[in-house]
Every structure is written in structure tokens, then in C-alpha cells.
Design a binder for this molecule. Sequence first.
Ligand SMILES: Nc1ncnc2c1ncn2[C@@H]1O[C@H](COP(=O)(O)OP(=O)(O)O)[C@@H](O)[C@H]1O
Ligand SMILES: [Mg+2]
Length: 214
Amino acid sequence: MSGRSRLVERVRGLAAGDGRVLIGIAGCPGAGKSTLAGWLATALTAAGLPAVWVPMDGFHLADVALERLGRLGRKGAVDTFDGHGYLALLRRLSSETGTVVYAPSFDRDLEQPIAGAIAVPPDARVVVSEGNYLLSAAEPWPGVRAAMTEVWYADLDDRVRLDRLTRRHVRFGKTPEQAVRWVAEVDEPNAAAIRATRARADLHVDIDALALSP
Ligand SMILES: Nc1ncnc2c1ncn2[C@@H]1O[C@H](COP(=O)(O)OP(=O)(O)O)[C@@H](O)[C@H]1O
Ligand SMILES: [Mg+2]
């Protein structure tokens, strides 16, 4: 069985009961969390387990709020997310299975969250969520961990990760110099804190071994 099939079968096992399954994927910026989550939701749906990808990134605070807090230059740090709002959504996704639950997305061109962008219909058996801080020890993140059925951690060699992360910043509008500086000053301090949470994961996923197409 390939690494990809193993992941699908693992979730199928978790979904053997009645409740909706919530899979979280943590990991450093650029590790491939969003790419893995998008692939997994599609693969599960194709395998007969309707699944929706709901990113933690939808709970980025809007720029107007970050400006008020003086944190606009640190977007991506743990205190630049609405963690309590995310936790409330996860609880709704577990318990409100009779109606459509709407989740926010994050628009990378606007660099802003978009409310009501993602529909989780009653027949969704699995929600795949992903983000930096799913395994963080700071409040309210332990509640997020508890709300998830399992949390996985995306492993990727740091050299490859930094290259992909820098390129992504350039693709979404930063100059190469701005991208390198943002990675060094903002993303990598966050990465150090995220790496320290790795041991709490239920499963470590070797991203490059999956050979997903981005
Ligand atoms: N398997 C892969 N091979 C090549 N590039 C990838 C792969 N997975 C992701 N990428 C690219 O790496 C960058 C970071 O991936 P992404 O999924 O956005 O990471 P994260 O959500 O962890 O920040 C993106 O630009 C994406 O297109
Ligand atoms: Mg992402």
C-alpha cells in the first residue's frame, strides 16, 4: 500500500463509527499542510467518504484588527489568529451535522480571511483542517487538539521547505528580497515554536514521500 493509500485507509478506520471525523494537520510554514489537506479531502471523497477541507488560515485576523493590535507586521504568529473562533467552529462541525456549516477561507491574493466561503454539508463525514498551531500548548489551542479526532504533523526537509515558502511569497506579490526577509523575521521564529509541538502529533507524515502535486 502506498503512503497515500495508507492515509486514506487510516481515516476510513477512524470514520467507522457514527460521528464526523476531524483530522488536523500541523507543521511549519511551507511544509505542505494545505497541499496535503486539499489532496486528502479530494481522495477521501473519491473513496466514498465525503470530506471538506477547512483551513485554520480562515481564522487569520483581518488587517483592520491586526493594525489595531499593532501586529500587522507579524501576520502568521500565534496571536494573529482568532483561535477561540476556530475552536468554536470545530465544535460546531462536530455537533451540528443537520445543517450546512459555513467556514471562512483565506484569500492569498488579498491576504485576508473571507467569511462564509466554505460550505460543510450535512453529509460530510470528514473535515480536514490544517494550520500552524494545532498542537500549540497556549490557550485555546489544547481545546483545538481535543476537538480533533487526530492531529498529524507534516515533516519536510528544512532546505526544501524554505525554498518553497520563499517562492510562494514571491508568487503572491513580495519581491525576492522582501520574501527572504519575511521568512527570516516572521516565518522562521514561528517555525521554531511550531517544531517544538511536533511530538504531540498522532502521526508524522513525510510530505516528500507522498509526492503530491501542488
Ligand atoms: N509535494 C510538493 N512538491 C512541490 N511543491 C509543493 C509540494 N507541496 C507543496 N508544494 C508547494 O510548496 C509551497 C508550500 O506548500 P503549502 O501546502 O502552501 O504549505 P503550508 O500550507 O504548510 O504552508 C506551495 O507553494 C506549494 O505549491
Ligand atoms: Mg497553508
